[in-house]
Write a protein that binds this ligand. Structure first.
Ligand code: SAM
Ligand code: 2KA
Ligand code: SF4
Ligand code: MG
Length: 235
């Protein structure tokens, strides 16, 4: 059985959400059932890039992860695209034997039994600015599938006031999921630089919104990797 892999890179630090700052190797799956207007990983989504995606066996994936981590077990971050449209169960089973931990980033549109084998399941439902519509029944299936994961959290990207209001309603649906908000990055062309002052201003706006609303449930974080490296790939 082979998986479609857009890229494997690291070690680097997890730049987002509950594991921010944690050393990790990324395994980025090719293919996605969504087309978010502001997706920062189109090279793993748009089928125009599919010729760059490699078919890899679970053993070949873990061999590359081991090579990159110098054989030291660390957290492997499964991302994409949507990793949940493929079967990462055998990759997790193989890595776990040698002490690797696994986190997965997915939008919550497709539930998989292997979510239960994860250490960290990050569900990132998409707000109105994305142009996508969340299927909340499928999302709830994902939460249930992750019942045995060590932790399941919700992470929402916020571009504007409509996204902010939507995030509050999303939290009301799943109040038990720890919530992380990150400002959206409107500049996703890997060929163009990102202005850190613009990101800081978006983070300030988001923080002000939450504090003025007296909404203290979410943690608010920047995309640390974008602050360090902009839109550079493979970091
Ligand atoms: C590229 S996605 C891949 C995993 C999965 N498809 C998902 O969306 O959760 C990884 C994370 O990046 C976030 N993201 C994508 N584009 C972004 C942007 N322009 N600004 C901020 N976050 C973004 C997504 O919301 C998601 O939380
Ligand atoms: N350093 C780093 N942190 C990240 N957190 C989520 C990422 C992603 O694209 O899924 C990502 C990424 O691509 N790089
Ligand atoms: S769901 Fe994730 S990978 Fe797919 S288009 Fe949206 S942000 Fe990009
Ligand atoms: Mg990213």
């Amino acid at each position: 059985m082979k998986l479609r892999i857009a890229e494997i890179f690291g070690p680097t630090i997890q730049g987002e959400g509950v594991l921010i700052g944690e050393p990790t190797v990324f395994v980025r799956a090719g293919g996605c059932d969504y087309r978010c207007s502001w997706c920062d990983s189109l090279h793993a989504v748009d089928s125009a890039f599919r010729h760059d995606w490699a078919p890899m066996s679970p053993d070949a994936i873990m061999d590359r992860v081991r090579e990159l981590s110098g054989g030291q077990p660390l957290t492997v971050s499964l991302s994409g695209g949507n990793p949940a449209i493929q079967d990462f169960g055998p990759v997790i089973a193989s890595g776990r034997q040698s002490g690797y931990r696994f986190a997965c980033e997915t939008q919550g549109s497709v539930a998989r039994p292997w979510f239960a084998e994860l250490d960290t399941l990050v569900l990132s439902p998409k707000p109105p600015s994305s142009g996508e519509t969340v299927d909340w029944a499928a999302f709830a299936d994902c939460v249930r599938a992750g019942h045995a994961a060590r932790q399941t959290v919700m992470k929402i990207v916020i571009f504007d006031q409509a996204d902010f209001d939507w995030a509050r309603a999303a939290h009301d649906r799943h109040p038990d999921l720890p919530l992380f908000l990150q400002p959206g990055n409107p500049e996703v062309d890997p060929a163009l630089p990102v202005d850190p002052a613009m990101l800081a201003q978006r983070l300030e706006w988001l923080t002000d919104r939450a504090m003025q609303a007296g909404w203290f449930a979410p943690r608010i974080l920047p995309q640390l990797h974008v602050l360090i490296w902009g839109n550079k790939r493979g970091v």
